[in-house]
Design a protein around this ligand. Structure first.
Ligand code: SAM
Ligand code: SF4
Length: 330
């Protein structure tokens, strides 16, 4: 699948649920209204849709959410997609999780064919963790991370950088990740969805964070890339990588290789734009065969926009897009 700007679309992110057991302040409002279950695709429907994308050349799939691992029976989807790895056309199956369910599920993820995962953990301090997630406890996530490591999964820690909240912790986190063999990725807050807080108060440009980190760590440039928006460096002192995702200080759209599917079968061609395609309608149309479904996907890819236009400034009161990250899938 080649979009109008010549970019090959080979990576699909699937938000398997908009629900979550945490309420991170940058991601959700405290009081969220979730989708009625009837609107959500079944796991079999999600598998069929993913199959259509694989048939069109998608070779990497990431299951995300919401919290993907709280969806009932989600392991059956991991297993059916895992069966498509290799000759089935899929090169990689991964997930992004808050880690709370990993003690229970890490072994099954590995058995399904998952080899690396991203775990979101913005702080190593229990009180800060509780404040960021509104009610979460750090321990289940930490235990989950170590369960994943023990199960043979490579772990990358994702941390959203927040002004005055975790900005003094990154040195400690780099050391901790180095000690345990995890890569780390710092993310700038993106203006997605109403969150009952002012994003101007949260936003911390990573350009200044990097300058500060370089006082204590040697960050060697690498050309390592996951095809995504992160710019990676190797921390010479630990040998682990650190990535910076900077949608606001650096536009990463020119190399975008991905589209995002929600749990209702809505395809978003860009995280930062509102245009979408309703694939559920096609999926549930008894008169439409696999070729018709694939044509609907190709028609959507033909509308993939050039890029987002995220801005966080005091004059702009509305988020860039109304939907939350948990809907589109981060
Ligand atoms: N629940 C899972 C988790 O937290 O990893 C997966 C879904 S979560 C929406 C995916 C990633 O998006 C997480 O790393 C989270 O920190 C990040 N995220 C959520 N809202 C964000 C925002 N407004 N700006 C930047 N990153 C955000
Ligand atoms: Fe849940 Fe992940 Fe959003 Fe936090 S970032 S509220 S864990 S979906």
């Amino acid at each position: 699948m080649i979009d109008p700007f010549g970019r090959r679309v080979s990576y699909l992110r699937v938000s398997v649920t908009d629900r979550c057991d945490l309420r991170c302040v940058y991601c959700m409002a405290e009081d969220m209204t979730f989708l009625p279950k009837a609107e959500v695709l079944t796991l079999e429907e999600l598998d069929r849709l993913c199959g259509a994308f694989i048939g069109l050349g998608v070779d990497r799939i990431r299951l995300t959410g919401g919290e993907p691992l709280v969806r009932k029976n989600v392991m059956s989807l991991f297993r059916s997609l895992g069966a498509r790895l290799g000759e089935g056309g899929l090169r990689e199956l991964t997930t992004t999780t808050n880690g709370t369910q990993l003690v229970r599920m890490a072994g099954d993820l590995h058995a399904a064919g998952v080899r690396r995962i991203n775990v979101s953990m913005d702080t190593l301090d229990p009180a800060t963790f509780a404040a960021i997630t509104r009610w979460g406890k750090l321990e289940p996530t930490l235990d989950g991370i170590f369960a994943a490591k023990a199960a043979g999964l490579a772990v990358k820690i994702n941390a959203v950088a927040m002004k005055g909240v975790n900005e003094d912790e990154f040195d400690r986190m780099i050391g901790w990740c180095g000690e345990h063999g995890f890569d780390l990725c710092l993310i700038e807050t993106m203006p997605l969805g109403e969150i009952s807080a002012d994003r101007n108060d949260q936003y911390l440009p990573l350009s200044s964070v990097r300058t500060r980190l370089q006082r204590n760590w040697t960050l060697d440039e690498t050309d390592y890339s996951t095809g995504g928006p992160a710019r990676y460096f190797t921390v010479r002192e630990t040998g682990q990588r650190i990535g910076f995702i900077t949608p606001l200080t650096h536009n990463f759209c020119e190399s975008c290789n991905r589209v995002r599917l929600t749990c209702t079968g809505t395809l978003y061609m860009c995280l930062g734009q509102d245009d979408s395609a309703d694939l559920r309608r096609h999926l549930r149309d008894p008169d439409l065969d696999e070729a018709g479904l694939q044509q609907a996907i190709l028609d959507a890819i033909a509308r993939k926009p050039k890029g987002h236009d995220f801005v966080i400034d005091r004059t702009r009161r509305q988020p860039a897009v109304a939907r939350h990250m948990s809907v589109t899938g981060g």
